[in-house]
Write a protein of this length. Structure first.
Length: 318
């Protein structure tokens, strides 16, 4: 009898845990929010317009697309397909970090920025799912990226993180693109005299996923921002071959031309993903259209033979 009472009281306390916090912990963030309510893309299906509502005052949720709602325990059980007991343990993990009562967050000096809490190997289901949605293998992502938990404006979040050369982080999840200070390039040194340059982490991961053992032949440089062009120029001086996989937009092309003008060792590679904004967009398109092995084979072809636009997709007009 005493055991049943303990479980019941734990459920009562757990129901006060903010649904917004639970959704953030599961990798879901609002598309619109105010003092009374928050709207999310449904965690149960793919959709473009948010139909999932959270009442902040009642701490209840309602999915207009499914026509059902409930409390935070119901929600976590449905999303994670877990038992009530497992859900209580999931919520209890945050007892030390968050009050179950929705009280104002105590402001600190770091509230204005972004504070990294900790980084660990990729393991959260939501992030692994996001990696798969970007057509990247978990094994490849886990080699270079981490699961980073951080505070931003008093709220707790987590994302896939790529560390830069100044110990800052580039942070990505399904809903947000963020970074911590200080910003910098990410230079991955494998002891080679050839270098691959991309603008973002997912472009590098796309290239690594397209060809095995590239680290045996290349070092890698992720700009993280084209604002670091001058810093990149200093890095490439030490390499005999520099393969450029920058975005197929005005900024990417301008950056490419500046790097080529700086070094005769630069090779422009975007013809591989011609008609697409970047390497990852090209990879996602091919994965969805069943070109899996073909993508890998094309990547291995010499540069003059790498024009490959499945389905005859045309480059967007500017």
């Amino acid at each position: 009898m005493k055991k049943e009472r303990t479980i019941r009281l734990s459920c009562e306390r757990a129901r006060a845990f903010p649904i917004e916090k639970a959704l953030a912990k599961l990798g879901h963030f609002p598309t619109n929010t105010n003092d009374k309510e928050a709207w999310f893309l449904s965690p149960f299906r793919s959709e473009i317009q948010a139909s999932f509502k959270v009442s902040k005052k009642l701490n209840r949720w309602y999915d207009h697309g499914e026509g059902k709602g409930g409390n935070v325990i119901d929600l976590i059980c449905l999303i994670t397909e877990s038992t009530v007991s497992e859900t209580l343990k999931f919520i209890a993990e945050d007892q030390d970090s968050f009050s179950f009562q929705q009280q104002p967050v105590i402001k600190t000096e770091k509230d204005k920025g972004l504070q990294i809490l900790y980084a660990r190997p990729l393991q959260h289901y939501s992030l692994l799912k996001y990696v798969a949605e970007r057509s990247i293998s978990i094994a490849t992502a886990a080699m270079y990226c981490y699961e980073v938990h951080y505070l931003h404006k008093g709220r707790s979040y987590f994302a896939i993180g790529l560390k830069n050369d100044s110990d800052g982080w580039e942070l990505r999840n399904k809903y947000y693109k963020n970074s911590s200070s200080p910003k910098d390039i990410t230079h991955i040194k494998n002891g080679n005299d050839k270098l691959i340059i991309t603008e973002g982490m997912f472009d590098l991961l796309s290239i690594l996923d397209s060809t095995n053992n590239l680290e045996l032949e290349y070092d890698f440089l992720v700009l993280n921002s084209t604002a670091f062009l001058n810093k990149a120029m200093k890095v490439i001086d030490d390499y005999h071959q520099i393969d450029l996989y920058l975005d197929n937009d005005r900024n990417g092309k301008a950056t490419t031309q500046k790097l080529i003008a700086h070094s005769d060792n630069c090779l422009d590679k975007p013809s591989l993903y011609e008609g697409f904004k970047d390497m990852n967009e090209w990879l996602i398109f091919n994965a969805k259209n069943g070109f899996g092995q073909g993508v890998r084979d094309v990547f291995l072809l010499p540069q003059k033979q790498t024009r490959f636009t499945p389905g005859g997709r045309k480059e967007k007009e500017k």
